[in-house]
Write a protein that binds this ligand. Structure first.
Ligand code: PMP
Length: 388
């Protein structure tokens, strides 16, 4: 039995207000209230909705890298015919673990490769959250923390960030009770772009020493600040990383967890078998061995990020926040943010509108190629001048 409630019928009202039975199955009670992940809208749908050709669309909403790793794909091309795809991958992912170990400078026994950062979050949640137990989130933050915890039957306790987006440490600590099993932090945080000061992390780790403190470092490469070394001292610290951002491998679905040897052993019990595929593993091994390319691309993005922020700050009614990631959070101080967002969409510029995180909607733009960034800035300037 799952939770307290079992729903036999999933019922929806149709257009003339009649009840329509659309699913006659025993389903989890959670679906009465659960808000699923806001899946990313695909290009073809944007094209249909805004009457655009797919090549007119510039995606600046996904926090992915604009650089296609051609060199790694070429290398992969030569390897693909040798892959023993009729077999499962090595269940310990030994070769991949070795590459991650070299790249992240941690011992192999502390690493768990995952199918992207999201699976890393799921594994952690499965290991710590029982039905009715709680996870503390420093909000606004990455939405999938909430989704994963709630789907596991856990309850999310959100502690609002301070006005400057810093984590509210005292708020987090005072939210801890007997049911607390995990604290989710993110550095740099998506969507605010700020990192957590080292001493703040130490403070939380010490004060919440029997609670799992998860730090999502999905955007680590853009800030260069990591808490990985603290896993040597703190069993309660768990780091999540991904190759979906700075490595430009979002489509390959590779991430990893780093924790102390004992904590990694525990998490290993909660991971599914064979969730990484041989092709992605091969690509990831090549990528991890070529960190120079990653850092070259990261430098280009950082340079562009600073240029975009400076120019954004010169625009009327716009407040752009500093960022240590590959995206910038900004606000329209006067006027209708959602309308501005739609107007950009109509011109093929797709950015993210965050309309439930704060009382006022915020906008988040992912840094892309210089020409795309310039197109975004010009289009925004034009809309602000002419129409808003
Ligand atoms: N963590 C954070 C903070 C993210 O922003 C994302 C991607 N949006 C992820 C994890 C998940 O990344 P992936 O599953 O692609 O590795």
């Amino acid at each position: 039995m799952d939770g307290d409630v079992i729903r036999m019928l999933y019922i929806k009202r149709n257009f003339n207000n009649k009840l329509n039975i659309i699913l006659a199955m025993r389903i989890r009670g959670i679906f009465d209230y659960f808000k699923p992940y806001g899946f990313e809208i695909p290009d073809w749908k944007i094209a249909e909705e805004y009457d655009l050709r797919p090549n007119q669309i510039v995606r600046m909403d996904l926090n992915t890298s604009p650089y296609l790793p051609q060199k790694w794909l070429k290398n992969f091309e030569s390897k693909i015919l040798t892959l023993k795809i009729n077999h499962y991958p090595d269940a310990t992912y030994r070769d991949l673990v070795e590459e991650i170990s070299n790249y992240a400078k941690v011992k192999a026994e502390k690493i768990i490769p995952t199918n992207g950062g999201d699976e890393a979050i799921d594994i952690i949640v499965k290991a710590f959250i029982d039905c009715g137990y709680e996870a503390i989130l420093s909000s606004p933050t990455y939405e999938y923390f909430r989704v994963s915890v709630e789907l596991q039957g856990g309850r999310v306790v959100s502690v609002q960030r301070r006005e400057n987006f810093a984590d509210n440490l005292e708020g987090i600590l005072s939210a801890i009770n007997d049911k607390t099993r995990a604290i989710f932090l993110c550095s740099p945080n998506n969507p605010t772009g700020n990192t957590i000061p080292y001493n703040d992390v130490l403070y939380i780790l010490d004060k919440a020493s029997d609670i799992a403190v998860v730090i999502d470092e999905a955007y680590y490469e853009y800030c260069g600040k990591t808490f990985i070394e603290l896993t040597e001292t703190y069993d309660n610290l768990i780091i999540v990383r991904t190759l979906s951002k700075a490595f430009g491998l979002a489509g390959a679905r590779i991430g990893y967890i780093v924790a102390s040897k004992e904590t990694a052993k525990l998490l290993n019990k909660a991971r599914p078998p064979n969730s990484l595929n041989l092709m992605a593993i091969e690509l990831a091994k090549t990528a991890l061995g070529d960190s120079e390319t990653v850092h070259k691309n990261v430098r280009k993005i950082i340079k562009e990020r600073e240029r975009v922020r400076e120019l954004l700050s010169t625009l009327p009614k716009i407040k752009a926040h500093p960022s240590e990631a590959n995206f910038i959070l900004f606000q329209l101080l006067e006027g209708d943010t959602k309308l501005l967002h739609r107007k950009l969409m109509r011109k093929g510029i797709v950015i993210r509108c965050l309309d439930s995180a704060w009382p006022q909607p915020y906008l988040r733009v992912t840094i892309s190629h210089p020409e795309h960034n310039s197109r975004f800035l010009k289009t925004l300037e034009k809309i602000l001048k002419e129409e808003m």
